[in-house]
Design a binder for this molecule. Sequence first.
Ligand SMILES: Nc1ncnc2c1ncn2[C@@H]1O[C@H](COP(=O)(O)OP(=O)(O)OP(=O)(O)O)[C@@H](O)[C@H]1O
Ligand SMILES: [Mg+2]
Length: 360
Amino acid sequence: MGRAPGLSVRLRLTLSYAGFLMVAGTLLLATVWVFLLRYVPDSTYLGPGPFSPTRSDLMDAFVPRAAQAMAFLLVFGLVGGWFLAGRMLAPLTRITSATRRAASGSLSHRIDLEGRQDEFRELADSFDAMLARLEAHVAEQQRFAANASHELRTPLAVMQTLLDLARRDPGGDTRTLLDRLYVVNGRAIDLTEALLVLSRADQRSFTRERVDLSLLAEEATETLLPLAEQRGIVLETSGDVAPAIGSPSLLLQLTTNLVHNAIVHNLAEGGTVRVTTSVRPETVELTVENTGDVLDPRRVPTLAERFRRGSERIHADHVGAGLGLAIVASITEAHDGALTLAPGPAGGLCVTVRLPLAPA
Ligand SMILES: Nc1ncnc2c1ncn2[C@@H]1O[C@H](COP(=O)(O)OP(=O)(O)OP(=O)(O)O)[C@@H](O)[C@H]1O
Ligand SMILES: [Mg+2]
């Protein structure tokens, strides 16, 4: 931006130092002058001393000395001020150069300002913290993009192989080919949709309205009931009206993902899923608990990372992208909520989403 060039802060500080010194020097000399005048008569003869100074003598003696002192103060103020201002502003130079480096794309550099806590140190530390967050965020985005492309490439490559085979064998079973293509294509669509939901939640680009979590829980369990029945899993829903503020479609997606997980990552036989909603003084809670294999407590906190799938036995008919819980985490964050994952004591998972209670 074309801003008019101004005096540097160092120069301005120097001029202020020198200026103050000059004002203080002038005041001091003026005081001395007034003090001297009291003891020296106007120009009349005072008494019989060998030498009795008059005001004009005093003037002659005082003024050149005063001028010398002022000149000295001026030089001293300018040189000392320049030096002091330089020392005071040195951290700013480092902060500025770090900002320039960050602006040119190097996020790994840190200011690492040493010394005691003061305003500059605070600024430098906050700047370093911001750089660290930014760096982590960019790395996360890059990992995400790489993972997403990798995941999308898989169904596309499978389709390519299927089409290749069909081309080489024109008389082959078209029906089976179509069925397979349909399934693989469906996976690619699901994955793309999951990515879109993630980006919508991450950008927080949605309108907020009053949503009752207990209604969402009912809707999600109703939709997934056939899947639960097919797997012989009992679904229970209970709880109070739990009003939150947010996007109904995103929060329904969150609930559906949790219930879907609870069904597909459950016991092979005789599993249960319990969905409950409750109201606390400041928050509303949605809890989805399910039976299942015993989970390693150290791995549980990582399950909500993007593209993280459990390595344990997965139902052959459910190969997920590992985005379900990441979407839940992202939607929860976009609604200023908190997500907790806890392994069940006898296996399975207990997921709790806490959101701010909607004002009455
Ligand atoms: N309710 C649950 N009970 C037991 N394990 C779970 C549960 N929910 C998630 N997990 C584990 O966490 C992993 C990640 O879950 P997530 O929903 O993110 O991915 P996914 O279900 O594998 O795939 P996607 O949801 O994208 O179709 C799962 O692979 C599973 O191992
Ligand atoms: Mg899932």
